[in-house]
Design a protein around this ligand. Structure first.
Ligand SMILES: Cc1cc2nc3c(=O)[nH]c(=O)nc-3n(C[C@H](O)[C@H](O)[C@H](O)COP(=O)(O)OP(=O)(O)OC[C@H]3O[C@@H](n4cnc5c(N)ncnc54)[C@H](O)[C@@H]3O)c2cc1C
Length: 416
């Protein structure tokens, strides 16, 4: 069924009896060509592009809980392509271009809103670094704009310029950055994949990976064994646990990241604002809530909930940047499990087991990557070789010494 304004009108006039479920609830078949573990944003996008771009349909996406219940439904919805390094920037710019056409492509309202993202500058050294980053963005075909303090004073008068803990000297804008409705992204990809024949199987936890003579043969699940000659891990915060089923140890730690939303307010924030010095970032949802977050909780965990010291830390960051936020009431907070890699960059690669593939290490930034991650993972699964923009996202890059360390922080996940 195609969604359109005309369809809404017609259904409205005929008692809304014609709507169909957006995807089926199939039982697992005994065998598929490809099994994708994890129905988060990346797993569903992979299934979508496999079926749409590469004509592969005999695919199952196995999800231990409900579709979209992981980080795809817990993030702060920011999309951008403002990276520095050649291993990252062209990939994220490809993602941004896919975002720009996502709703037409999937025929689903994902509320992609290019309302801009601004990274604040507090020191001369930071300005130099951001100018360099802007040039790298131009080279990859992205947009960037440097703003001085006077411009920001005009555009964002509520920021604490005069009495700030860290003086605001300017900022780096990406006007094409912004937000998208996170769970609608999962639903749109799920509907598109399902309509092309992909089986999305919820409440089907993978409990083991079957390997014979160095080759993957399928998976064990709570609903029985399922065979496949290609198995694609795509489980974000559970990467370490699922890879361990295949005897792999990953350069990834799992950490909790929290986010917060205030009561609904009248429009006050024009776009996304990030405050690196205090680690606080904020945007305003279409419902009016201020959506914000900051640092990781700071220790390894698989719990999808956070702790109070970080609540205090994030709110302090908000108060330092825009004291008016102290007047808003906090509505909700929640947490998700982040797959923090040792250089802050992701992996889309084959593993040493034939037929077994890995996608993970997305850290705080995997939502914006969802379209390109799905496309490049589908490319790898279908063609057996990396997509050019994901070529450096290799699992053996630590062994080879070709890290993709955007911030030059080394192997300390909480600093990326
Ligand atoms: C609070 C917070 C804020 C964030 N903000 C942003 C942001 O603003 N911008 C941005 O770009 N990124 C952001 N991120 C990061 C982003 O959400 C993630 O990097 C991205 O969603 C991860 O990919 P995914 O959607 O596939 O993960 P998930 O949605 O977590 O999908 C993985 C799925 O695998 C399933 N699974 C796990 N184990 C098994 C198993 N054994 N068998 C079957 N299924 C299994 C899980 O249930 C889950 O549904 C944020 C994350 C959090 C938590």
């Amino acid at each position: 069924m195609r969604y359109s304004g005309f369809r809404v009108l017609r259904e409205g006039l005929t008692g809304n009896k014609g709507w169909k479920a957006a995807w089926r609830e199939p039982d697992p078949k005994p065998e598929y060509d490809i099994i994708i573990i994890g129905a988060g944003g990346h797993g569903l996008a992979t299934a979508y592009y496999l079926s749409k771009e590469f004509g592969m349909r005999n695919i199952a996406v196995l999800e231990k809980g409900w579709l979209g219940g992981g980080n795809i439904g817990r993030n702060t919805t920011i999309i951008r392509s403002n990276y520095l390094l050649p291993g990252n920037e062209p990939f994220y710019e490809m993602s941004m271009k896919l975002w720009e056409n996502l709703e037409q492509d999937t025929n689903y309202n994902s509320m992609v809103s290019q309302r801009s993202i601004l990274n604040l500058i507090h020191t001369d050294g930071q300005r130099d670094a951001f100018v360099r980053r802007a040039n790298a963005m131009f080279l990859a075909g992205a947009d960037a704009e440097l703003a001085d303090e006077a411009q920001l004073r005009r555009e964002l008068p509520f920021l604490n310029f005069d009495n700030a803990r860290f003086p605001i000297k300017g900022g780096l804008y990406q006007r094409r950055g912004g937000t998208a409705r996170h769970d609608a992204v999962a639903w749109g990809y799920a509907r598109g994949a399902d309509s092309r024949g992909v089986d999305i199987i919820q409440n089907c936890e993978v409990t083991g990976i079957d390997i014979e003579n160095g080759r993957v043969r399928g998976v064990q699940t709570v609903r029985g064994p399922i065979r496949a000659n290609k198995v694609a891990m795509c489980v974000a915060g559970s990467s370490g646990r699922v890879a361990a089923m295949a005897g792999m140890r990953l350069p990834i730690e799992s950490h909790v990241l929290q986010a917060f939303v205030s009561e609904g307010l009248k429009p006050v924030l024009p776009g996304v604002i990030t405050f690196g010095a205090g680690h606080f970032y904020v945007s305003q949802s279409d419902k009016g809530g201020l959506v914000f977050g900051g640092d990781l909780d700071g220790y390894n965990s698989y719990a999808q909930r956070g702790n109070l010291p970080v609540v205090e830390d994030v709110v302090e960051g908000g108060m330092a940047l825009m004291p008016m936020i102290g007047r808003a009431r906090l509505l909700r907070s929640w947490g998700g499990v982040m797959d923090m890699s040792m250089d802050g960059s992701p992996f889309i690669d084959k593993t040493e087991t034939e037929g077994l593939y890995f996608n993970g290490g997305w850290c705080y930034g995997g939502f914006k990557a969802t379209p390109a991650s799905g496309f490049c993972y589908a490319h790898l699964l279908a063609k057996g070789e990396s997509h050019p923009v994901a070529r450096e996202m290799r699992l053996d890059r630590f062994k080879l010494g070709h890290l993709i360390d955007e911030k030059g922080m080394g192997n300390q996940p909480n600093l990326h």
